[in-house]
Design a protein around this ligand. Structure first.
Ligand SMILES: [Fe+2]
Ligand SMILES: [Fe+2]
Length: 278
C-alpha cells in the first residue's frame, strides 16, 4: 500500500458523503465571517447528541462555568462562537467514524479527549497558544489512526504502539497516521495550523510557523500516556519532549500543576461516552 492509496481513500470518504452534512455546514459557518451566534445555535441544536456534548463541555470545570450553562444559547454567550466552533467541529469529526468490533475506537476517542483536555490546560501556561485551538487539535490529533483503521483494519491492528510505530505505519500504509490525519484535515477544510499540528504532532520541531500548538499537542500526548495509559495511547516520551519543555519555558512544577488540574477534570471525560455494553 502506498501513500497515494491513502490519499485516494480520504478523497473517497468525502465523495461518498460519509462526512455528515452537518459537519460541512459547521465548517462553512466557522469560515464565514458573517455567521451569527444564531446560525451556530441552529447548527448545534440540529443534532441532539452533539448539542448535549457541547453543553457538557461548556459546564466543564476546565472553563469555570460549572453547572451554570443550561442551554446552547447560554453556551454560545459564555464561551463565544470561536470555542463553540472548535468543540462542534472536533466532536462531529469524531462522529464520522462509527465504532466497530475488533478495535476499541471508543478508547481512542477517550485518549483524544484526554489529549484535548491536557492541551487546553497546558495552553494556559503557554501564553502564545489559544486553549480552543489546542482543544480542537487535541481532539483530532490521532484522526489519522482512525483513517488507517477504517481503510484496512487487519493491517492496522498489526501495528504496535511502540517507539517504532511510525516506521511500522509507513511500511504498511506508505505514510504515518500524522500524514494521513493531516490529509484528512486538509480535505475537510480545517485551518492551516490544525492541519500542520495533526501532521507533525510526533515531530513538532519540523514545524516552522505556529509550532507552539504542535508542541503543546505533542507534550499532551506524551503526558497522557504517563498519566493514564491505555493500549490505544501512542504518546511515547522522546528527547523531543525534553526540548519542548525548554522551548516553551515549562518547569517541572508547571507540569505538576497541569497534571493536578487534569486529575480534577478527568472524570468528566467518561461522561462524553455512553456506558460500555457488558
Ligand atoms: Fe499520535
Ligand atoms: Fe495520540
Amino acid at each position: 500500500m502506498a501513500a497515494d492509496d491513502v490519499k485516494r481513500y480520504i478523497k473517497g470518504l468525502n465523495n461518498l458523503s460519509t462526512l455528515p452534512a452537518l459537519l460541512g455546514r459547521i465548517i462553512a459557518a466557522a469560515n464565514d465571517e458573517n455567521a451569527s451566534p444564531d446560525d451556530f445555535h441552529k447548527l448545534v441544536s440540529f443534532d441532539q447528541a452533539l448539542a448535549q456534548r457541547v453543553l457538557r463541555y461548556a459546564n466543564s470545570a476546565l472553563l469555570g462555568h460549572s453547572g451554570q450553562i443550561k442551554d446552547i444559547d447560554q453556551a454560545i454567550m459564555f464561551l463565544g462562537t470561536d470555542r463553540i466552533r472548535s468543540i462542534a467541529i472536533g466532536m462531529s469529526v469524531l462522529d464520522v467514524f462509527p465504532s466497530r468490533t475488533g478495535f476499541n475506537i471508543q478508547n481512542l476517542w477517550v485518549h483524544s479527549y484526554e489529549v484535548a483536555y491536557l492541551a487546553a490546560v497546558l495552553s494556559e501556561r503557554v501564553s502564545i497558544t489559544q486553549p480552543q485551538e489546542c482543544f480542537l487539535a487535541g481532539l483530532l490529533h490521532d484522526v489519522g489512526r482512525v483513517v488507517l483503521y477504517t481503510m484496512d483494519s487487519k493491517k492496522f491492528l498489526k501495528i504496535e504502539t511502540t517507539d517504532t510505530m511510525l516506521e511500522q505505519e509507513t511500511a504498511v500504509f506508505g505514510c504515518t497516521h500524522g500524514e494521513a490525519g493531516g490529509w484528512f484535515a486538509e480535505s475537510i477544510g480545517l485551518p492551516h495550523e490544525i492541519i500542520s499540528t495533526i501532521r507533525y504532532h510526533h515531530h513538532p520541531s519540523v514545524v516552522q510557523e505556529g509550532r507552539e500548538i504542535a508542541s503543546v499537542i505533542s507534550l499532551a500526548e506524551a503526558l497522557s500516556r504517563q498519566i493514564s495509559p491505555h493500549i490505544e495511547d501512542d504518546g511515547i516520551w522522546t528527547r523531543e519532549h525534553d526540548a519542548i519543555l525548554l522551548e516553551l519555558s515549562l518547569t517541572q512544577s508547571d507540569i505538576s500543576s497541569v497534571v493536578e488540574k487534569f486529575a480534577e477534570v478527568r472524570p468528566e471525560i467518561d461522561n462524553f461516552f455512553p456506558a460500555k455494553e457488558p
